[in-house]
Design a protein around this ligand. Structure first.
Ligand SMILES: Nc1ncnc2c1ncn2[C@@H]1O[C@H](COP(=O)(O)OP(=O)(O)O)[C@@H](O)[C@H]1O
Ligand SMILES: [Mg+2]
Length: 451
């Protein structure tokens, strides 16, 4: 077993694509590090660089204390598990697992038999050893692929979206198995996924990557509580954090954050945690509120003054253990389709950064936002559409214009409420904001205003 260190790794392909950019990452001996990010952000490339299947353009990779840039893949002593299990269809489970050991020095027949038996025991594959891959379920094939990695007793495992081909239920089950297995074997592991839930549940630490660049690396809870920037804030957590353009103003009882008709008394804690807020008095910020920090005020025990906003319920989603309400707040959203697609299940290469940068720079107005959101399925938007918005896109105001606004143009925030809430579509709702859990970001750089 060995630590893995990526020191300033860059990978540029011959066609000019830079898939990985100055990546610094240290994975401790025995640690399970998850790389997470939208599709196309460079996760697979990073893994292939560690495996030696691609050559780095710049930087050094260490496995143990040894720089391995010039070491052949087979001499790096690591085992990869892919999304496609790549099992040999004509070989049995036993033969598939034994295969990689057959041509290695120092693994005699007895030793191979012993290792395969041990892996089969750990993975509960014993009854299936004589079957061919086509006689196995997806989950069982996945376990054989794991078994093949385990028998090699490598210095490290590299896993590239190994659960993507499994149905949701099996994925949850295999996720737990992988976590348990990794812990009991204590093998240094880099695990790649685009699924933030998988990342959060598996990793002792999670590295969030976007456009080949490391955004933040931290334990899961730290990413959730203290996202370093807008991208991490919106990528981690489901439903995604609500992002609203707001301004910070000095009120009677201390600083207030204002958006649309709303005013929230920020209180001490956020100010203490975001020392930089001081400097933003009278300026724009991006306010982040997680859906779980919005509650039906009529169900809240003590709604402090300055913590309640009045909104209109536009959509009610009943999920059993919670009710998600989409509420119009009367300002332009910062999370339209472009970001949504990056953050939601089928993440594509579109981006929050690019989008929020455009949005915040005022090059994309409320009309364009409503238009893209309409494309995502908001009823009414398709009808009203961007054509109804006056002015060229560059000149369109970021906040909703004064006066009555077509509902499709009004920004919605998602509130994850107690299932006892009786609030219905069309109702005016009093929503309590957990003021201790607010996030603030610089609108230009997207960086958190946390000190
Ligand atoms: N061999 C290649 N040549 C050129 N570009 C590539 C090659 N492999 C990957 N890429 C590009 O590099 C970027 C990162 O790809 P990849 O590492 O596969 O992302 P991920 O695994 O995060 O989805 C993408 O833009 C992809 O198109
Ligand atoms: Mg990939």
């Amino acid at each position: 077993m060995a630590a893995i260190v990526l020191d300033g790794i860059t990978k540029q392909f011959p066609d000019g694509t830079t898939a990985v950019r100055s990546l610094d990452l240290s994975i401790a001996d025995g640690e399970l590090m998850v790389l997470v990010g939208p599709s196309g952000c460079g996760k697979t490339t990073a893994l292939r660089l560690v495996a030696g299947l691609e050559e780095v353009t710049a930087g050094t990779i260490f496995i143990g204390d040894r720089p391995v840039n010039d070491v052949e893949p087979r001499d790096r002593d690591i085992a990869m598990v892919f999304q496609s299990y790549a099992l040999y269809p004509h070989l049995t489970v036993r033969q598939n697992m034994a295969f990689s050991l057959k041509y290695r020095r120092g693994s005699g027949k007895d030793e191979i038999g012993r290792r395969v038996a041990e892996a089969a025991r750990i993975l509960e594959l014993e009854p299936l050893l004589e079957r061919k891959p086509r006689q196995l379920s997806g989950g069982q094939r996945q376990r054989v692929a794991m078994g093949r990695a385990i028998v090699r007793q490598p210095q490290a495992f590299l896993m590239d979206e190994p659960l993507s081909n499994l149905d949701a239920k099996l994925r949850v089950q295999m996720r737990a198995e992988i976590a348990r297995l990794q812990r009991s074997l204590g093998v240094t592991t880099i695990y790649v996924t685009h699924d933030q839930t998988e990342a959060m549940t598996l990793g002792s630490r999670v590295a969030v990557i976007r456009h080949g660049e490391l955004q933040q690396v931290a334990p899961p809870q730290e990413l959730y509580l203290r996202p370093a920037n807008l991208f991490v804030a919106s990528f981690i957590g489901s439903p995604a954090m609500n992002l609203i353009e707001a301004s910070v103003e000095r009120g009677d009882g201390g600083p207030q954050v204002c958006f649309g008709p709303h005013r929230l008394a920020i209180g001490e804690k956020p100010v203490r945690e975001h020392p930089a807020l001081e400097r933003y008095l009278g300026r724009k910020v991006v306010l982040g509120i997680r859906p779980e920090h919005l509650e039906d005020a009529s169900l809240a025990r003590d709604a402090a003054a300055g913590s309640v906003i009045g909104v209109t319920v536009e959509l009610r989603e009943e999920l059993g253990s919670e009710v998600d309400l989409h509420c119009a707040v009367g300002v332009a959203p910062l999370h339209p389709a472009g970001l949504g697609s990056e953050v939601d299940a089928d993440r594509d290469a579109g981006g929050l950064g690019a989008l929020s940068a455009r949005v915040l720079a005022g090059t994309e107005g409320a009309g364009a936002l409503a238009g893209t959101e309409g494309a995502g399925g908001t009823e009414g938007a398709a009808v009203s559409g961007p054509a109804q918005v006056a002015g060229p896109p560059g000149a369109a105001p970021l906040t909703a214009p004064a006066g009555p606004v077509p509902s499709a143009l009004a920004a919605t925030i998602v509130a994850r409420m107690d299932p006892r809430t009786t609030l219905q579509v069309g109702e005016q709702a009093q929503v309590q904001v957990d003021l201790a859990a607010l996030h603030f970001f610089d609108p230009e750089t997207g960086t958190s205003l946390r000190g």
